[in-house]
Design a protein around this ligand. Structure first.
Ligand code: FPP
Length: 245
């Protein structure tokens, strides 16, 4: 029996977050440039999104480019931006066919205009799709996201629109880029690294963490299903005792 058949469809995470890691090492294994790995990572993105959608996951959020990734060699940064432009324009038809809604979070103003244009175009075209929402975290960093939220809240207080005593967790969450998304119940990271790397730090407070040694370009449908199965085997307690849940 394959992994997919073992999944309990009534207990599938609503939102899966993914740290797609290992593209560079994968390419190196073939004696190729790092960008070869990023190119091959696009197929994994497609498989992960389609597999998630097939089992009823409603949201998948992919760490596509971190705020820190701007510090990579110029050649690699521009090659990733170029890849985003081509992948977005090429994949839009597939997203329409699969009823996928595209979204993006991060400091998007930093993106080259062509990239931003392609992103806006794909978001606009897919905005009425009702299947899985695929969110790309681009130029994203969690600490920055929270700092921006704090600034917004401070401004609302300064403007007399909000009382400090009314600043609740919900108000804070409403000021994050992810205000439209439920918190992820499962975070997957590939490539055998055991870190969360400034990704969705507020949102993953109660997420189950799943690490696989697979490098991102090798990640396939079965790997997504395996991660969900592992998640289903765990007991989620949210701070309560076993007897209470
Ligand atoms: C991490 O591997 C991967 C990235 C920084 C880029 C991920 C981008 C893609 C897979 C393209 C996505 C395209 C769309 C349309 C969503 P790494 O370079 O850090 O690998 P390493 O750890 O082996 O160096």
């Amino acid at each position: 029996m394959g992994y997919q058949d073992q999944i309990d469809l009534s207990r599938v995470p609503k939102h899966i977050a993914v740290i797609m890691d290992g593209n560079g090492r994968w390419a190196k294994g073939f004696g190729k440039l790092r960008i070869f790995g990023h190119h091959n990572g696009v197929k994994s993105v497609r498989e992960a999104v389609e597999a998630a959608d097939d089992i009823g996951v409603k949201y998948i959020t992919l760490y596509t480019f971190s705020a820190e990734n701007w510090n990579r060699p110029k050649f690699e940064v521009s090659a990733i931006m170029e890849l985003l432009v081509t992948a977005l324009s090429r994949e839009v038809a597939q997203m329409m066919k699969n009823n996928v809604k595209l979204s993006a979070i991060g400091d998007l103003d930093q993106l080259p205009p062509r990239c931003l244009k392609e992103l806006d175009n794909a978001k606009e075209k897919t905005k009425d799709n009702t299947g899985i929402t695929m969110t790309l975290a681009i130029s994203y960093g969690s600490r920055r996201e929270m700092t921006v939220a704090a600034k917004n809240i401070a401004q609302q207080v300064k403007d007399g629109k909000l009382n400090p005593e009314d600043i609740t967790e919900e108000v804070f969450a409403q000021n994050l880029y992810t205000h439209d998304l439920p918190d992820p119940e499962l975070l997957i990271r590939t490539s055998g690294e055991y870190r969360v790397s400034n990704y969705l730090l507020w949102q993953i407070a109660y997420a189950e963490l799943y690490f696989t040694p697979k490098l991102w370009p090798d990640f396939r449908r079965e790997d997504l299903f395996e991660a969900v199965l592992d998640y289903q085997k765990r007991e989620r307690r949210f701070g309560k005792t076993s007897e209470q849940v």
